[in-house]
Ligand binder design. Structure first.
Ligand SMILES: Nc1ncnc2c1ncn2[C@@H]1O[C@H](COP(=O)(O)OP(=O)(O)OP(=O)(O)O)[C@@H](O)[C@H]1O
Length: 293
């Protein structure tokens, strides 16, 4: 199956600073991918590289089987930028007309129906809409393009919890209805938990982990027990994070194998635990693991 997003040694540098480096990922079609990481981690940079709005400094990025930013790719990729920008002086109807003019595959019925379901007045100026309504308008424009891949950069960051939920529900309905892959970035793991089935964690401009959430949760465990040096863990237990008190150690490890050591209390992780473990400073005794699935 063609990867919706394939990066090979992808990097982007601004001046001397790398915003993204050594990014190698393969995301199969049909997923809703959550891209998570702290401020400045490189999320927007990765999304803009995928959307063809930035050129790589190193490596390559392909979307839907062709180089990102090529004419065929631009026609098949929808991009909803950070803060879901719309034109404040234009009406909702103007936005739909603009969308129709700019996109060959424009689905006018989808756009009209969605605006109707949202209860938006076509004559309203976008500048007078609430944050949630503006986000919904931007999502409608993205969906009516009928993209194969929809990229959303922190689409719900500025919305209240109800508007956030409605936005993500609308997105999930669209995913269920149309054959659509989605990559969205967010700081809020709870939003990703409800929406995504694939996760990428970016920290300090590097991909720390990427994979299907179900597999990631099945292969990551928290071990708690008497204090132990991480170097004394079996080689197949890759240490993601380690914390110690005088007497006790707590590790988050990734392993495919069962854990039999009776010294450990073994528990599973929530998605938030997993993300936070990868955001901590890497455990010193082992090289950092990058999971690609
Ligand atoms: N046009 C630019 N010129 C110089 N530096 C930039 C530019 N765009 C981004 N950067 C830097 O690159 C790094 C990654 O930025 P990016 O916006 O990709 O991070 P992010 O994870 O999306 O952050 P946030 O969550 O705050 O939106 C940051 O250090 C940022 O300051």
């Amino acid at each position: 199956m063609t990867a919706v997003l394939q990066a090979r040694g992808l990097g982007k540098r601004y001046g001397r600073r790398w915003a993204l480096r050594d990014c190698t990922i393969d995301i199969p079609a049909g997923h809703v991918v959550g891209l998570v990481g702290p401020n400045g981690a490189g999320k927007t940079t990765l999304l803009k590289l995928a959307g063809g709005q930035l050129a790589p400094t190193s490596g390559s990025v392909a979307v839907l089987g062709g180089p990102a930013g090529g004419p065929a790719q631009l026609a098949k990729v929808g991009f909803v930028a950070q803060d879901t920008p719309v034109y404040a002086g234009l009406s909702v109807a103007d936005h739909l007309r603009l969308g129709a003019r700019l996109n060959r595959g424009w689905d006018a019925a989808l756009a009209r129906n969605r605006i109707g379901q949202l209860g938006l007045d076509l004559s309203h100026r976008a500048g007078n809409l609430s944050g949630g309504q503006r986000a919904q308008l931007a999502l409608t424009l993205g969906l009516a393009k009928r993209p194969e891949l929809l990229i959303l950069d922190e689409p719900v960051a500025s919305l209240d919890p109800l508007a956030r939920r409605e936005f993500l529900q609308g997105l999930m309905e669209a995913v269920a209805e149309h054959e659509l892959s989605v990559v969205l970035s967010s700081h809020l793991v709870a939003d990703l938990e409800r929406t995504c089935d694939y996760l990428i964690v970016l920290v300090d401009s590097r991909v720390r982990v990427a994979g299907q959430i179900e597999n990631l949760l099945a292969t990551h465990h928290r071990l708690t027990g008497p204090r132990r040096d991480p170097g004394r863990l079996p080689a197949d237990q890759h240490v993601v994070s380690a914390r110690h008190t005088d007497r006790q150690s707590t590790f988050v490890v990734r392993t495919e194998a069962p854990i039999h050591d009776p010294a450990w209390t073994v528990s599973g992780l929530s998605l938030e635990d997993l993300v936070l473990a990868y955001m901590e400073k890497p455990a010193a005794a082992r090289p950092l693991l990058e999971v690609q699935q």
